[in-house]
Structure formats: C-alpha cells, structure tokens
Write a protein that binds this ligand. Sequence first.
Ligand SMILES: [Zn+2]
Length: 413
Amino acid sequence: MSVLLWLVLVTAPRAPAAQAVLITTPRGETSVPVTTERRTAAVAAPRLGPPLGLTVALDGSRVTVGLSGVVFVFQLGAPFVRAGGVVYGLVGEPYVARDTVFLPLHWLADCVPRAVGGRYRWEPAPGGDTGRLVELPIASAVTATSPSTPSTAPVLPPSPASAPNPITGLRQRHGVVIDPGHGGVDPGNPGRYFPSGLVEKDITLAIGRLLRAELTRRAIVATLTRSTDTLIDLTDRGALCKAACDLFVSIHVNAMPDGRRADRVSGVETYFLSDAKTEDQQRVAQMENEAISFETGTSSAATGPLGFILRDLQVNEYLRESAQLAQLVQDSAARIHPGGDRGVQQAGFTVLTTARRPAILVETGFATNRTDGAFLASSLGQHKIASAIADGIVAYLLELERKRAVAAPARGR
Ligand SMILES: [Zn+2]
C-alpha cells in the first residue's frame, strides 16, 4: 500500500499559499508544498523518498514512520508519538483522509530533532508558520572518536544521579498510587453507553492499568490498589499511599441520574477532598461513597456513614497540594476529552480521606452520554485519558521538585 505523508500545521495559516517546508540533507533537498486541510494549513510531502530515507506504514490505527533509522509510532487521533521507548507529546493529532496520513508539523519541528539525537535541526521561517528541517553533517559529532570505533549511536557521558530524566525533566524518584474505582461485587455505574456487559469497574481498571504503563514509561514508580476485578475497602485504598508515595489518584466514570438532561451532560472533571459545595458535587460523592455498602465493615477508619468530614489534620495539610494536582491533571485531561471540561471540583470522597499524600479523584467522563461512553470504552480513548493524566501528574511533580529545591537549596551540595 502506498501511503502519502502529510504534515499538518495546527496554527491558523496567516498566508493562504506559497508556504513550504524545506527538508535539507547532504544528499539533497525536498521542498514540501502547503495546502489547506481541516481549517489548518497542511504540508504535503508526496515524494519524501531518497533524500530522507523516510518510510510510512499504516496498520489499523497505527502509523509507523521510519526516519534516519528511528521508528516513530503514532496512533491515529492520539496527540503523542513513541520513539525508542520515549513518548513525545504532539500539538495536534495524526489522522487519515483520502489514503493520506496527516501528521502534525510539530512532530517534524520538535520531536524529530529530539529523537534523532541531534542529527537534525529545525529552523523556523521568519514568518513562523513553516520552516525547514536541516540534517547536520554526521562528521561534526563523531570525528573526535577513534576511527576504529564502530559507528553506533553517539556516545554520551553517563548521566549523574541528579540529571533530569530526558522524558519528563524530573530529577527525583517518585511514586504514585493509582486506584481503579469499584471492583468485584461493586460494579460501579452500569454504563448506559458502554458496549453490552461493560460497567464502570471494567473501564476504571483498564484506564488504571494504562496509566500505570504511562507512568512507568515516564520512569515513575506506579502501583495499583487493585490490578484485578476485586473489591478493596475505600478506607484501605488511600492508606496504600504512604512513605514512598507522592500522590494518590482514583479513577472513576460519572453517571447522571435518569431524567431529561441525563444524556446531554458530558466531560471530564477532577475532584480533590473537601466538603461538597454544590448539589452536583454532593451527588457524585454520594454515588462513589456508596461502595461502602458493598464492603465488609471491618475497616477501623470507617467511623461515620459517609466521609464528608475531614477526619484528620494531616489531610488538611495536603489540601492545597491536592487542589494544584487536581488543576494540572484536569487541564491535561480536558485538552483531549471529547466531552468537554467540567473543571476542578471539591467533594468529600471517603477514598481520599485516608491518603497520607495529595489525593485526587478523576471522573473520566459520563457513561450516560453517548460520546463519552464510546470514548471511554474505546482502546484509543482509554490510552488518551491515561496519557493525559500521566502528563498532568508529571507537571505536578515538576512543580513539587521546584518547590523542594527552593525550600532546601543547600541540601546535598
Ligand atoms: Zn465510581
């Protein structure tokens, strides 16, 4: 199958025509004309052949692009690309139209220079909308090594322990506890728009596992409160986030009660613990806390019927941190969610009261909305939400490290 590769500029085109991306290599140049596609400027690369040695293969929703010996794997509709075990975020998403693969120009301008180890440099055009990709002469980087050295990857000095992780920029080890909501005899909400048989506990487990994989890929130690279809007491879940844990994130799927508006409500929202402020927040907290009725009641921390009271001053200490974590995760998740941004909310979730660290609960969408339901039940949707939550967590941890560095600048020096 012959697949054309197009590059899509996500920024609005300022000039309607006569733009181009020039790809310059020692073996020749490729000029890539610009056209308009999906109300954005698209860059067509119909003959990306000999100068770049570029290959494109489409397999289902997977697009594999080879460039200079590096394999880039895209998922259609997903704003990221993997290369050599590293995940790069993209501005825009790859898609297919008329047998043509469209890739965000951001990939060529930003990811390729980073992934191909300094062999390419992106030079933006003065206008800013396009630019050119320049392949640097190999000699400059390699001549210093002995001629007898086999020419493998460029040799980099071993990174010191405090060097930032190349994927995330994080310098310290971090641990996250992921809590897939419900499980076992507690199915969660029945999922009106999930394929038959699927319920909330299946979706939360699938997203939880993917989130663990996304965090692991970002070199963060991630633990699940449950990795199978079992029920764990709400009060025991948060308690799993102890010494080596930086934060706790519980994954759920929302549902509207039957009624006229039930189908119309959609979107993602992120909660942190506090007294529920509105009727809607109270409804969600009550729904999620109902899992208590499935539990054995042996847990000592469950003193009241519902956890609307802040039981512990230690929880209070983390309120501001939890609010910031909630905001960063919400911002990231809202960017990829088809159902919209319902913002950060506060409510009294029992599952959050026992966490000894910042803790949030993500309602990843509405099972009572057709679009949200299809998104959450799809493999692509689950990947997107898991990746977005992971990005939000990394953003929070970077902030945390920055604050720690300000608080203790002399430590360890
Ligand atoms: Zn739930």
